[in-house]
Ligand binder design. Structure first.
Ligand code: NCD
Length: 307
C-alpha cells in the first residue's frame, strides 16, 4: 500500500510515481469537497507549526489554509528570524522545541539542506517549504497538479523552464517531479544561470530529453507549458551581476502571438517583471489558478503525512 504516513517531505526526487499519483488523487478529492462547500474534520485535534526564515505569501498561507480547511490548527512564526534563532539558537534546537508543540512542521530556510538537517533532529514530519537554492517539493506537486488540470494530461508535453534555473528551487523540484512522466524539457537561461549539471544528468539518466538554450523565442514557439521564474536576487553575491541579469526574460502578450493556442503559462510567483501584465487575461495564463491549487495539494500532503 502507498502511504506517506509519518514521512518527511524534503525533496521532489524522494517520491516514486505511485506516491505522486496518490497526492494528485487526494488533492482532486479535496478540491471537489472545497468547491462543494464541505467542512472537513480529518485533522481535528492536530496542530501544524509553520516556521519561515525567509519571506513567503503563498506557501505559508496556503499551508495554513490547508490545515484549517482540514479542521486542524496552526501555530506560526512568520518571521522566524525574530524567534530564538536571533539569539543564536541552532536550527536543531528550534526544531526539537517546536516538535513539543506540533504534530508536523513546515520549514522555509535560506540554507540548502536545512530541511534535511531539521528532519534529522525531529521525530515529527518536516515539510520542506524551500531550502535556499535547493528544493521546493510541495510547490512542484502543485505545479504538476496544475499542468495536469490545465493540459488534461502530462505525458507527451514539451515543458520549457525559463529564468534563474541555477538558483530557483521551484524549477529544481519541478524537473525532478516531471521526470516521472514522458515529458521533454527545454531549459531557457542565461549562461550564468543554467540548470545545475547534477539535475540535468539525473533527468538524462531517466531517459528524459533535455535541450538547453538562452532563447526565450524558441520556448514560446514550441512549448506546451511555459514556466517563467524570477531571477533570485537574494542568492546573488554581487548586486551588479543581478542588475545585469534581472531583465533577461520578459514575456508579453505580443511575444505570445507565436505560441501554440493551447499554451499554459505558469509562474510560482512572486513575479517581478518576467510576465507583463497584458498576459494576465489570456486564457492560458494559469499562474493565479496555480497558486490557488496550493490549497488542495497541501491538504493532500498534510492529510497523507498525518493519517
Ligand atoms: C518561490 C520560492 O519561494 O521559491 N515562491 C513560492 O514559493 N511560490 C519562487 C520565488 O521566490 O521566486
Amino acid at each position: 500500500m502507498i502511504t506517506l504516513s509519518g514521512k518527511d517531505v524534503l525533496r521532489a526526487d524522494q517520491f516514486a510515481k505511485p506516491e505522486i499519483e496518490r497526492v494528485l488523487e487526494v488533492a482532486a478529492k479535496h478540491e471537489k469537497a472545497l468547491a462543494a462547500g464541505k467542512t472537513l474534520s480529518t485533522l481535528r485535534g492536530k496542530v501544524l507549526a509553520t516556521l519561515f526564515f525567509e519571506p513567503s505569501t503563498r506557501t505559508r498561507l496556503s499551508f495554513e489554509t490547508a490545515m484549517l480547511r482540514l479542521g486542524g490548527q496552526v501555530i506560526s512564526v512568520a518571521e522566524a528570524k525574530t524567534s530564538s534563532a536571533a539569539k543564536g539558537e541552532s536550527l536543531a534546537d528550534t526544531i526539537r522545541t517546536v516538535e513539543g508543540y506540533a504534530d508536523a512542521i513546515v520549514l522555509r530556510h535560506p540554507e540548502t539542506g536545512a530541511a534535511e538537517e531539521a528532519a534529522r533532529a525531529a521525530r515529527v514530519p518536516i515539510l520542506n517549504a524551500g531550502d535556499g537554492a535547493g528544493q521546493h517539493p510541495t510547490q512542484s506537486l502543485l505545479d504538476l497538479y496544475t499542468i495536469k488540470k490545465e493540459q488534461g494530461h502530462v505525458d507527451g508535453l514539451r515543458v520549457a523552464l525559463v529564468g534563474d534555473l541555477k538558483n530557483g528551487r521551484t524549477v529544481h523540484s519541478l524537473a525532478d517531479v516531471l521526470s516521472n512522466y514522458g515529458v521533454s524539457f527545454l531549459f531557457v537561461a542565461p549562461a550564468a544561470l543554467r540548470m545545475p549539471t547534477a539535475i540535468v544528468e539525473r533527468l538524462q539518466a531517466k531517459g528524459i530529453s533535455v535541450a538547453e538554450t538562452d532563447d526565450l523565442g524558441e520556448a514560446i514557439r514550441t512549448a506546451d507549458v511555459l514556466y517563467m521564474t524570477r531571477i533570485q536576487k537574494e542568492r546573488f553575491a554581487d548586486p551588479a551581476e543581478y542588475e545585469r541579469l534581472k531583465g533577461a526574460y520578459i514575456l508579453d502578450r505580443a511575444a505570445l502571438a507565436a505560441a501554440k493556442p493551447s499554451i499554459t503559462v505558469m509562474h510560482p510567483l512572486p513575479r517581478v517583471n518576467e510576465i507583463a501584465l497584458d498576459v494576465d487575461d489570456l486564457p492560458g495564463a494559469a499562474y493565479f489558478r496555480q497558486s490557488a491549487n496550493g490549497v488542495p495539494v497541501r491538504m493532500a500532503l498534510l492529510s497523507l503525512v498525518l493519517e
